[in-house]
Design a protein around this ligand. Structure first.
Ligand code: ATP
Ligand code: MG
Length: 570
């Protein structure tokens, strides 16, 4: 996909036209409306990039609106972390940071207004209270092919409807006994247009408002009201809401009739909704319900487990905000549902880290090497990042005993094995040429120590006589290296689509080997890494100092992504 394809997508053209037609009153206003019932994931990140990105492109603003109209599963913990994650992704709502937060909204703060609008609809004969039971409801509603039937309460007079609605609000009825419906069209081919529910009874406390309400507005009613009252011009959401759009417009029309649309720059702001395809990712699930299940059943270590597709999980994994934004940009905005490769996201991460991550040496599966003829301590100087001179160099002590990775040694070398084996020479990265003599084994036949000698003329890494040494091995000085833990991650699910057998069976597709923990050694500087700091461990991958569990005496590093992959973006 080339740059111009993604940057001039249909949403951008749509907004461009409205700006040109003077419909925005001089300011494009969008919103990102997460429900605080979980942590945001990479799919939400996509919406964040679109909502905030479009506003920025047109010099407008994007509101952060917590869509907290469904009381059951919402919490402040979720709300606070949504804010944190959006900021981390690199976006800001107006007033964030200066304490004003004029661009931050809780939908629940509009409950009084929504209630007032509902009463207005009743008074105007555009809404009525209905007490059909669940079974009757299905029957009356019809099917896409078969028109619905009018509820027996459809023509109740406004006065009686008002009385019942107030009784609903006052807690006189049980959940489901009554609801408020819009009076639209029971024979509409669009089932969402057949007198949809606007308010339902739920005797559940709200995380902010407590017991104040026992009736709550439905999304289809609340959302256009929120958009309209906030002066939102362009309301972008995912494709499944396309069939709800006529209802969205119906509500906006009613608000217009009631004179409730906001004016800006002499223009009445009529919010409009458009839809784009969800972001789907292979080898993971994205529904907050399923992610919550993984957390509550202890199948992962919390919402921020680095295997999770959540923004906080990706942060803890070592992904960068820039790489996530780049990924969303590359995926583009489309009208067609598709699945994105997790490999593309990893590619974006690798691209960025290759440029920015400091190089370090770490040995994940250590075996000791003793350089029998080496005395004292020397210092090796290596670049922090060969691609970036300004990253300067670092000095690492080197002495008689070092750790190397077990996989860098073979007692009997295979063909084309250019690393360490008895009788062969290798370069110890940045230090010298080493010739292995023999390995010491335990009773079980495991190599416990490797011996050999160095060529004193080769300090710095090159042979004095110019002889060729093919293999270069990374190492950690045993005297000064720091013991460390490494967490290596694989896909959380083995199936490309874990939902292929239905969401009840998604756990069956979990990868039992998605986390592998190792203990080894890192060069001394890494003991003082800052939590969240990212590195390239030469030859083993990109790693991040774990933001929670890292301490200088017990460093923990998470592997963000391996060094190489055959994947290339289209
Ligand atoms: P989930 O199904 O994961 O619970 P949701 O759509 O119910 O997600 P909300 O908090 O209601 O989550 O979503 C906030 C915004 O993020 C909505 O505008 C929604 O359309 C958008 N969004 C959610 N998931 C995705 C996704 N996978 N791709 C793009 N946008 C998404
Ligand atoms: Mg939702």
């Amino acid at each position: 996909m080339n740059e111009s394809d993604t940057s001039r997508h249909f949403l951008r053209q749509w907004i461009e036209k409205d700006v040109a037609d003077g419909k925005t009153g001089g300011k494009v206003v969008t919103r990102f409306p997460p429900e605080p019932n979980g942590y945001i994931h990479i799919g939400h990140a996509k919406a964040v990039c679109v909502d905030f990105g479009m506003a920025a492109l047109f010099g407008g603003e994007c509101h952060l609106r917590l869509d907290d109209t469904n009381p059951a599963k919402e919490s402040d913990e979720y709300a606070e972390n949504i804010k944190k994650d959006i900021r981390w992704l690199g976006f800001q709502w107006s007033g964030d940071g200066d304490g004003v937060e004029s661009g931050f909204y809780n939908a629940s703060n509009m409950f009084d207004k929504m209630y007032e609008i509902a009463e207005n609809l009743i008074k105007r004969g555009q809404a009525y209270c209905c007490n059909l039971g669940q079974e009757e409801w299905k029957e009356y509603r019809g099917t896409p092919e078969k028109p619905g039937k009018p509820s027996p309460s459809r023509d109740t007079d406004p006065e009686r409807n008002l009385k019942i609605f107030r009784e609903m609000r006052d807690g006189k009825y049980a959940d489901g006994e009554w609801c408020l419906r819009a009076k639209i069209d029971m024979s509409s081919p669009n089932i969402h247009f057949r007198d949809p529910v606007l308010y339902r009874i739920r005797h559940v406390a709200h995380y902010h408002l407590g017991e104040k309400w026992c009736i709550y507005p439905m999304y289809d009613f609340a959302h256009p009201i929120e958009d309209a009252l906030e002066g939102v011009t362009h309301s972008m959401c995912t494709l499944e809401f396309e069939v709800h759009r006529p209802l969205y417009d119906w509500v906006v029309d009613r608000l217009d009739e009631m004179g409730m649309l906001v004016e800006r720059g002499g223009v009445k702001i009529r919010p409009q909704q458009r839809e784009f395809a969800r972001l789907n990712l292979t080898h993971t699930v994205m529904s907050k319900r399923l992610l919550l299940q993984l957390v509550t059943e202890g199948r992962v270590n919390g919402w921020d487990d680095p295997r999770m597709p959540t923004v906080c999980g990706m942060r803890r994994r070592g992904y960068t905000p820039g790489a996530i934004r780049e990924f969303c940009e590359r995926v583009g905005v489309s009208k067609v549902e598709s699945e994105s490769e997790g490999a593309l996201l990893e590619w974006c991460v690798r691209e960025e880290l290759n440029k920015t991550a400091l190089r370090r040496m770490a040995v994940l599966d250590p075996v000791k090497v003793v350089i029998d003829n080496f005395e004292g301590v020397r210092e090796v100087e290596l670049p922090n990042n060969p691609l970036d001179e300004s990253a300067l160099t670092r000095k690492i002590p080197f002495s008689r005993e070092i750790w190397i990775d077990r996989s860098d040694f073979m007692e009997v070398p295979e063909k084309k094995f250019f690393r360490m084996f008895p009788g062969g020479e290798v370069r110890l990265r940045g230090a010298c040429i080493f010739k292995c003599s023999h390995a010491v084994k335990d009773d079980a036949g495991n190599v416990v120590e490797i011996h050999g000698t160095w060529d004193p003329g080769s300090w710095g890494g090159n042979a004095p006589d110019g002889r060729k040494v093919k293999g270069t091995i990374h190492w950690v000085d045993a005297a000064t290296g720091v013991k460390a833990k490494f967490r290596l991650y694989e896909q959380l699910f083995t199936a490309k689509d874990p939902l292929k057998d239905g969401s009840e069976r998604f756990l069956e597709h979990m990868n039992p080997d998605s986390l592998c923990e190792k203990e080894g050694f890192v060069e001394p500087l890494l003991g003082t890494a800052a939590p969240g700091e990212r590195f390239q461990f030469e030859r083993t991958g990109y790693f991040v100092a774990d933001e929670k569990d890292f301490s200088p005496s017990s460093p923990v590093f998470n592997r963000t992504v391996t060094l190489k992959d055959s994947y290339k973006p289209a």
